[in-house]
Design a protein around this ligand. Structure first.
Ligand code: UDX
Length: 438
């Protein structure tokens, strides 16, 4: 099939590349010419395992092309995906200006009356956006077209796998022919137990928000329970096992930590709050989830401050920090809890030494030389008065504790991801703090 993808951010680039890889003819369009030039040279603007190889292979084979020219990009396309960003607006709702702008341009360039193009919204958009987009385009052109919703459930760091082996594909359409066409497109990735779910655009749009809100609920729930465990001398890890075997509860996405970050959960939770308010309702659950998460980002900084006897005690101390990205296998630091920790430590007058396998350039862009960037995890510990961990990169899971103890000024570990066993750490001579573990 001939496909156009507008927006070469995270979602668009993965979508375009994976569709090219299954034999489609794909043109990716972006208005930022520097980005397109880099992509043409095979330089990928984000870190995502496996993506560079796939872009290079499909570009070389001629199935994947990049352009800034939207008119040319969509000329032949049967299906046009809109994958532009919908950042959080000033009022907490999603900022849809990117989607509307693309809609207008599409309207100007639709010209094939015999073969109506299918315009598919991939971006996460508030309920009603597809309908509104259809209205806006049809006010500008009388060339026929279809609008469909097809929310994206990719996780950063596992995007290719998530795309090629989706748990489900959701499409929101008004006509069965459009559903059929999209089914054909996704058929190579659907296994018998992975459904292709057809519903209205409104339900599809809602599905995406409900999925992310549900996952955010789970994280804020377990974080709150972890804090209570700690207060009462219980261990959240044991409690997790105690509840997880109940099949109605399960183990997934119930890891306590430093709070969720990233581009999706914080923004989508707030968008849900905004959607409720727009209907004179309130989402008290999501308001609480957001609040609990913001508070959770301060739990590790507070433990460190308490240990050093208040902010004054941190003045002049050096803290090593392993992990900056909001989660492993990405260089993304949007809404990352590590940034709250760094800010708190700097405000108290501490020196901060950091290590992250991928995210250091992004953090350097914010802090410059106000913190020290270390190429190696062990080097980061030299002369530090404690180690804090904010991201569970695999390389931090099984370190040489003997070396760690030798390098640190004091063997103190604040583990924001519960990577280590508290008993073992005590045996090894560390003063150890986890989340929700006494
Ligand atoms: C998420 C959704 O999973 C994905 O379906 C959607 O399309 C986009 O948003 P992503 O933001 O890439 O994906 O990351 P995810 O792996 O879901 O993690 C989100 C955050 O939750 C991270 O900060 C992570 O550390 C945190 N988390 C996750 C926990 O604190 N505990 C958990 O048990 C799971």
């Amino acid at each position: 099939m001939k496909i156009a993808v507008i927006g070469t951010g995270y979602v668009g680039l993965v979508q375009g590349t994976c569709l090219a890889d299954s034999g489609n003819d794909v043109v990716c369009v972006d208005k930022v010419s520097e980005k397109i030039e880099r992509l043409r040279r095979g330089e990928i603007p984000i870190y995502e395992p496996g993506l560079t190889e796939l872009v290079l292979r499909n570009s070389k084979d001629g199935r994947l092309r990049f352009t800034t020219d939207l008119a040319e990009g969509i000329r032949e396309a049967e299906i046009v995906f809109i994958a532009v960003g919908t950042p959080q607006g000033d009022d907490g709702g999603a900022d849809l200006s990117g989607v509307w702008a693309v809609g207008e341009q599409l309207a100007r360039h639709l010209d094939d009356r015999d073969h109506p193009k299918i315009i598919v919204v991939k971006s996460t958009v508030p309920v009603g956006t597809n309908a509104e987009l259809g209205r806006r385009i049809s006010m500008l052109t009388d060339v026929p077209f279809h609008v469909a919703s097809n929310p994206e459930f990719l996780k950063e760091g596992a995007a290719i796998d998530d795309f090629t082996k989706p748990d489900r594909v959701v499409v929101g359409v008004r006509s069965p022919e459009v559903a059929e066409k999209l089914h054909e497109l996704y058929a190579p990735f659907l296994r018998t137990d992975r459904p292709f779910l057809v519903m209205s655009p409104e339900s599809a749009e809602m599905t995406k928000y409900v999925a992310n809100c549900m996952l955010a609920v789970k994280i804020s729930f377990i974080n709150e329970m972890a804090n209570l465990c700690e207060a009462y001398g219980a261990d959240i890890n044991d409690v997790r096992r105690g509840i997880g075997h109940d099949q109605r509860i399960g183990f997934h996405f119930l890891h306590p930590g430093v709070g969720y970050g990233g581009s999706c959960f914080p923004k989508d939770v707030r968008a849900m709050i905004h959607m409720a308010r727009s209907k004179q309702m309130s989402s008290r659950m999501m308001e609480a989830v957001d609040e609990v998460n913001e508070a959770q980002k301060h739990v590790l900084p507070r433990k460190i401050i308490e240990f050093f006897g208040g902010p004054e005690g941190l003045n002049g101390k050096t803290i090593a920090l392993w992990g900056l990205a909001f989660k492993p296998k990405t260089d993304d630091i949007r809404e990352a809890p590590s940034l709250v920790l760094i800010d708190t430590l700097l405000a108290a007058g501490a020196s901060v030494r950091v290590h992250d396998p991928e995210a250091m350039p992004n953090v350097r862009a914010i802090y410059g030389d106000r913190i020290t960037f270390c190429d190696r995890p062990y080097g980061c510990l030299e002369q530090a008065d404690a180690l804090a961990i904010a991201t569970e990169w695999n390389e931090f899971r099984n370190p040489d504790f003997e070396i760690m103890r030798r390098l640190l000024n004091r063997p103190v570990v604040f583990d924001g991801r519960n990577l280590y066993d508290p008993e073992k750490m005590t045996e090894l001579g560390f003063t150890y703090f986890g989340i929700g573990r006494s």
